[in-house]
Design a protein around this ligand. Structure first.
Ligand code: NI
Length: 134
């Protein structure tokens, strides 16, 4: 059984490689490579996979999951510049893929190992990624 909590956050980023020219960065990363950063409204879905607890009827209390996400993910990244403010992205391009992987690792440290975790992250209405640790 899987249950899900959805949260949103707003962050600025820039996708680029220092060892590439501005022209190549623009070719590969498009508008996301503009030097002065820009923001996205990210939508995060955290899916937790486990057994239904016979005592509560819950896989996980979604209030608890909400607070874990707010305290450890949203607090860290909301209204921040991922490149400049967040050491988690030092030397890592803050693509949707890499943000999802960073978030998954944070949640893995903060959730009981009996649970499976999947992170779905949308950068726009049209683009999203899914990461389950593999
Ligand atoms: Ni972007």
């Amino acid at each position: 059984m899987k249950v899900c909590r959805r949260e949103t956050f707003n962050s600025a980023h820039r996708l680029f490689r220092e060892d590439w020219s501005d022209k190549k960065n623009l070719e590969v990363f498009g508008k996301c490579s503009h030097p002065n950063f820009h923001g996205h409204n990210y939508a995060l879905e955290v899916w937790v996979d486990g057994e239904i607890d016979p005592e509560t009827g819950f896989v996980i209390d979604l209030k608890i999951l909400k607070h874990i996400i707010l305290d450890h993910v949203i607090e860290r990244f909301d209204h921040r510049n991922l490149n400049l403010d967040c050491p988690e992205f030092k030397g890592i391009n803050p693509t949707t893929e890499n943000i999802a992987r960073v978030i998954w690792n944070i949640l893995r440290e903060n959730l009981d190992s009996k649970f499976g975790i999947e992170v779905q992250l949308s950068e726009t209405e049209k683009n999203k990624v899914l990461y389950n640790g593999n």
